[in-house]
Design a protein around this ligand. Sequence first.
Ligand SMILES: [Zn+2]
Length: 397
Amino acid sequence: MILNNGLLLLLLVLAIAAGWMLARSGLRLSSGEQAQLPSQYYRGFNFLLDGEEEGAVDAFTEALAVNEETLDTHIALGSVLRKRGEVDRAIRIHQSLLARPQLTEVQLHQSHLELARDFIAAGLYDRAEKLLLDLIAQSSDLRQTARRHLLEVHEAQRDWQSAVLVAEALIDVSKDESAAGNQGQAAHQLRSHYLCEQAETALDSGDARGARLLFEDALRDNVEELRALMGLVRLALSEQDTEQALQQFELIINSGRASAPDLLALLAEICSGQSDPTLQLNCLRRYYAKQPSSLLARALAQQVAIHEGKEAAQAFLRSTLEDYPSASIAASLLLGETVATSSGPERNILAAFADADAGYRCGHCGFSGKSRHWRCPGCRHWDSIHYLGAFLEQPNG
Ligand SMILES: [Zn+2]
């Protein structure tokens, strides 16, 4: 069996630590203990040499008594096992730590936190929640870290109301203290998404009033929060209030958030309900002026073609190339001109170039997909996925 490098390294550390502790404490042990512990130690080596990592972990763990000096080694071992997916064994190690009476209060809290992490990894959310609530009440050092993990529990259970309360507590602390323990995404951003989750459910179930209150609350800490603004546009559209929908959409344009196909679809839906046929064209002109990108240039060119003709659309696209070099716009121009009547292979190649920047990607972990996720399926970050063609091109010169 080929051992995982991390586990092998840890096993060696365990072996050295156990050997050192045995040598140090050998004189203090009774004759029975002296006979028992070295045998576990040598058994561990035998398992290691035979490639039986499970047996080696157990033997070295037993040989290495839990005390102030070895606690970190036990915790590190449990953590490696958890990351390898061996959650049951991690739980066993951390539970055995909690059974030791000689640990200090701080060490007990550390072990509690590790066990809560194990329970989360195992999907045992009720047990994790109980441990984390105890830690929040008892440990001022680990309180914020425990709250972050409690958010994981509520997110996994889609308990958005409880998640909002925990996020509020994190926001309150971040106002009073330094950033200590407030690692991770900003709590006010998380709070906004938890509220939007509830608002979207309310909107889907026809509770427009409830949805409005929640979306507006989601804008409390950041009036330009995209998800909440998009929600208010949808809410206005559901009430056939296209004027209000347009006002909310202008806030999105002015917020500077990168455009994306779902935003352009929303704009098209708003404009389809208006009597002014050039509304979409004019909105896109304002949008493009604020945010020149290949996505908006091509959307605007479509509207220019409808209202002013194909030549005007092509002239517009060409003019954008003078300021912003874009392979996708150049390819779409060539597609429209030189190979419009061709069905040759060059058409497919140009079409691939024109769509080269289509798709969404997470700026945090690189996950890519064809649609927006408010929470990245790869790294679980909120609102870290953006449309590739929405980024501003570098100006010429
Ligand atoms: Zn991600």
